[in-house]
Design a binder for this molecule. Structure first.
Ligand SMILES: O=C(CO)[C@@H](O)[C@H](O)COP(=O)(O)O
Ligand SMILES: [Fe+2]
Length: 231
C-alpha cells in the first residue's frame, strides 16, 4: 500500500506528557513549532497499564484543527472495536498493535475501508518478522523503542536492528519510531532509516519546542540524503 518514492521526513510530537487540560492549545503549539502531524496516544488500561483518552476527545479536537494529520496510536485490546468511531472522529492513521489483534487482514481492510491509513505497532519484545506475512497490508510500521504505556522512558537502541531490517527490505515504507526519541537519540534512529519520528517529552518539555523539532528534522533529512547518494 506504500508509494514508490522514498518516504519523506515527518515529525509527530506526542502530547501524552503535555498539559491535557488544554489539549487544543498544546496541539496548536506543536503545529506552530513545525510539527508535521500529531501522534495521539490512546491507552485502555488493559493492553497497557495506563489510561489516556479515546475518540470523544479526538472528535472535539478535530474541528479546532481541520487540516492536521492525526496518527492514533491505539494501545488497546480488541483494536477492531474502535475503527469506525476513530474514523468518524476524524483520525487519519489508525496504528494498532499486532500483539492485540487476532485477524490482522480483516482489521487492515476495515481501517482502509474507513478511509484511514493503516499502521501496525510492534512492542520491543515482538520480532520484526511477525509482520512479514501481512507486509503489503500496512502503510506504516511503528517500532516501539520503549515498552508502551508511559512517556519519558529511556530509548532502547537495540530496536534499531528492526528499523534497519525494514528499511533494507521495504525502501518505500513509512517507518515510525516511538519512545525516548529526542536530540540525544535521533542520529541512530535517522541512520537506521526511520522517517516518521514521534517524540514526546523531548519536545513538549523543551523551552523551545521549535528548536527541538528542527534538530530532529535536520538529522533525518541528512540521513535520507546520504542514503540516496549511496544508492
Ligand atoms: O506511545 C508512547 C508511550 O507508550 C509514546 O508515544 C510516548 O508517549 C512518547 O513519549 P516520549 O518517550 O518521547 O517521552
Ligand atoms: Fe505513542
Amino acid at each position: 500500500m506504500s508509494g514508490h518514492t522514498h518516504p519523506c521526513c515527518k515529525i509527530g510530537p506526542s502530547i501524552l506528557c503535555a498539559d491535557l487540560s488544554c489539549l487544543a492549545d498544546e496541539c496548536r503549539k506543536m503545529i506552530h513549532s513545525g510539527a508535521d502531524y500529531l501522534h495521539l496516544d490512546v491507552m485502555d488500561g488493559h493492553f497497557v497499564p495506563n489510561l489516556t483518552f479515546g475518540h470523544p476527545i479526538v472528535k472535539c479536537l478535530r474541528p479546532k484543527m481541520p487540516d492536521i494529520y492525526f496518527d492514533m496510536h491505539m494501545m488497546v485490546q480488541n483494536p477492531e472495536k474502535w475503527v469506525e468511531s476513530m474514523a468518524d472522529a476524524g483520525a487519519n492513521q489508525y496504528t494498532f498493535h499486532i500483539e492485540a489483534c487476532e485477524d490482522i487482514p480483516a482489521l487492515c481492510r476495515k481501517i482502509q475501508e474507513s478511509g484511514m491509513r493503516v499502521g501496525v505497532g510492534l512492542k520491543p519484545g515482538t520480532p520484526v518478522e511477525t509482520i512479514l506475512p501481512y507486509s503489503d497490508l500496512f502503510d506504516v510500521v511503528l517500532i516501539m523503542t520503549v515498552e508502551p504505556g508511559f512517556g519519558g522512558q529511556s530509548f532502547m537502541e537495540d530496536m534499531m536492528s528492526k528499523v534497519q531490517y525494514l528499511r533494507t527490505n521495504f525502501p518505500y515504507l513509512d517507518i515510525e519510531v516511538d519512545g525516548g526519541v529526542g536530540p540525544n537519540t535521533i542520529d541512530v534512529v535517522a541512520e537506521a532509516g526511520a522517517n516518521m519520528i514521534v517524540s514526546g517529552t523531548a519536545i513538549t518539555g523543551a523551552s523551545d519546542p521549535s528548536q527541538v523539532i528542527a534538530l530532529l528534522r535536520n538529522s533525518v533529512e541528512n540521513a535520507i540524503q546520504k542514503s540516496q547518494l549511496e544508492r
